[in-house]
Design a protein around this ligand. Structure first.
Ligand code: ATP
Length: 333
């Protein structure tokens, strides 16, 4: 962890465990409101996925947190330090991988990392050791003497991650770290982020949903500069479920007694709380339906009792769980 000199954190403004605390953050570009009062906290050791469609305000938030941009309203604290008043201390705590990795194409990877280490004030002996360790962790060993400008996008991204980690910051801010990478590179960078997240607090901005599911313990979704959801991927899915059920019955009993799927549908529609029942394309020997409930009340018991009372053979009963993608689309469309 970096050494913090002189000024002390503004403890009154930050809860004990919050490494990042953002309060009613706003940003205007001219008349356009890119951020409209965002509030959230990130505790120590969490990997937070910062999710939103194009133009939602992700990069703007990252740039404010890393002191590249000043907010128009609100406040933010990193490690207890104010981004407005203690930006030097904030920068020391942060490693930042911007959307477009800043590179000096003519420098070799080693020269680039030496240069960043120098700027970051990492003492030369320690700097050598850190570069060696990070080259190993980030898979850069074989390309240390190659000019950065000759690297593939994936390797450049790795070099960007290594520069963000060089001064061993406790907090990492990664803006779309896998954008433009091929599927193999994406898997590798995600593994690397997961590994880093075991020790550090990470904010990861992306609009790639599998990325969040693969790497993040918590998700924040922003849309048009406002926070629209906050929770684990599973929590978001359960908060947003659409209360529908998939049921399948064994058709053999019905055909023997001459009952049709319309008759079953009518019975199911009479179950208290059921809003609609639609027959879905059945497999051979099955009747299947999608049932929609009126409220968020769980109707599985009622549906089961209806089947039992009618002596229908229930093969499947499943409350539909929304995927993170469904939740995202619902909240940001
Ligand atoms: P993406 O996923 O496309 O990178 P984002 O969520 O990171 O999007 P931002 O880059 O933060 O979004 O932009 C938020 C909004 O602010 C967008 O509408 C963008 O056009 C606008 N914006 C960003 N920077 C500026 C600027 N310097 N001047 C004017 N408008 C800007």
């Amino acid at each position: 962890m970096s050494t913090i000199e002189s000024s002390t954190p503004n403890q009154t403004q930050s809860s004990d465990d919050a490494m990042i605390r953002v309060n009613e953050l706003g940003k205007r570009y001219g008349k356009f409101k890119a951020l409209q009062g965002i509030t959230f906290e990130v505790p120590r050791g969490q990997v937070l996925g910062f999710l939103g469609p194009n133009g939602a305000g992700k990069t703007t938030t990252m740039k404010i947190l890393t002191c590249f941009l000043a907010p128009s309203a609100g406040s933010a604290f990193v490690g207890g330090y104010s981004i407005a008043e203690q930006s030097l201390q904030v920068r020391r705590l942060l490693g930042y991988l911007p959307e477009d990795t800043p590179i000096y194409p003519d420098m070799t990877v080693l020269e680039y990392l030496e240069y960043v280490g120098d700027i970051r004030g990492v003492e030369s002996g320690l700097r050598r050791r850190r570069i060696g360790d990070l080259a190993e962790i980030c898979g850069l060993m074989k390309v240390l003497s190659r000019p950065v400008g000759h690297l593939s996008k994936g390797l450049r991204q790795r070099a960007g991650l290594a520069q963000a980690l060089l001064h061993d910051p406790p907090i990492l801010v990664l803006d779309e770290p896998t954008s433009g990478l091929d599927p193999n590179q994406i898997v590798e960078i995600r593994q690397l982020i997961r590994h880093i997240g075991e020790e550090k607090t990470v904010i990861l901005s992306t609009h790639i949903l599998p990325e969040v599911q693969a790497t993040c313990g918590r998700v924040i979704i922003i849309n048009e500069g406002r926070l629209v959801a906050d929770g684990t991927p599973d929590e978001l899915a359960s908060q947003q479920h659409d209360n529908s059920y998939h049921v399948v019955f064994d058709a053999s009993g019905f055909t023997a007694s001459g009952q049709s799927d319309e008759a079953i549908q009518e019975q199911l529609e009479r179950v208290p709380g059921v809003q609609s029942v639609a027959s879905t394309s059945p497999n051979e020997g099955e009747f299947s339906f999608t049932i929609k409930g009126e409220s968020t009340l769980d109707l599985r018991k009622e549906i089961f009792c209806c089947a039992r009372d009618n002596e229908w053979i229930l093969l499947e009963l499943q409350r539909r769980q929304l995927s993170l993608e469904d939740v995202f689309r619902r909240l940001t469309r």
